[in-house]
Design a protein around this ligand. Structure first.
Ligand code: OFO
Length: 165
């Protein structure tokens, strides 16, 4: 049975994952409209992943006798400046998500909820991968700068990374 404190902290994480999914969906749509199919597919896939992160939490909360609440979401931005800004935005966002997962892990230790602590380890590893991937993409984008040909190649390249999103 989940303690109330843990249940509400997990529900807050449901909101964060749902918002991440919305933000990446908005990034996908923006990139698609600009004609960058590779970046768009990467972002669509990433948005799906975040929804899966959210669902995993929803199911866990309910399985443990809590009630997962489906939250209202703020509208994400419509445009993201440049790809460099967009990927910087994504990286910063993932760093914040990692922080919220860490805070959550911390609460489970204080509350001695080892089942939830164990469940959250999956998210801890996932965040290591996501941050590394975002950093890798940012490094590439920084090399390219504003070079149009480079961006075209990058768009092709990122298709290879889509499965890891
Ligand atoms: Fe990319 O954040 Fe979910 O966990």
């Amino acid at each position: 049975m989940l303690k109330e404190k843990i249940e509400s902290a997990l529900n807050e994480q449901v909101l964060i994952e749902a918002e991440s999914s919305q933000i990446y969906l908005a990034m996908a749509s923006w990139a698609e409209v600009l004609g960058f199919e590779g970046v768009a597919s990467f972002m669509y896939a990433h948005s799906d992943e975040e929804r899966m992160h959210m669902l995993k939490l929803v199911k866990f909360i309910n399985e443990r006798g809590g009630h997962a609440k489906v939250p209202a979401l703020n509208a994400p931005p419509i445009k993201f400046g440049s790809f460099k800004e967009m990927f910087q935005n994504l990286f910063d966002h993932e760093v914040k998500v990692s922080q919220s997962i860490n805070d959550l892990v911390d609460i489970t230790l204080t509350e001695k909820d080892y089942a939830t602590h164990n469940f959250l380890q999956w998210y801890v590893s996932e965040q290591i991968e996501e941050e590394a991937l975002a950093r890798h993409i940012l490094d590439k984008i920084n090399l390219i700068g504003d070079d149009k040909g480079g961006l075209y190649l990058f768009d092709n390249d990122i298709k290879l990374l889509t499965n890891q999103a």
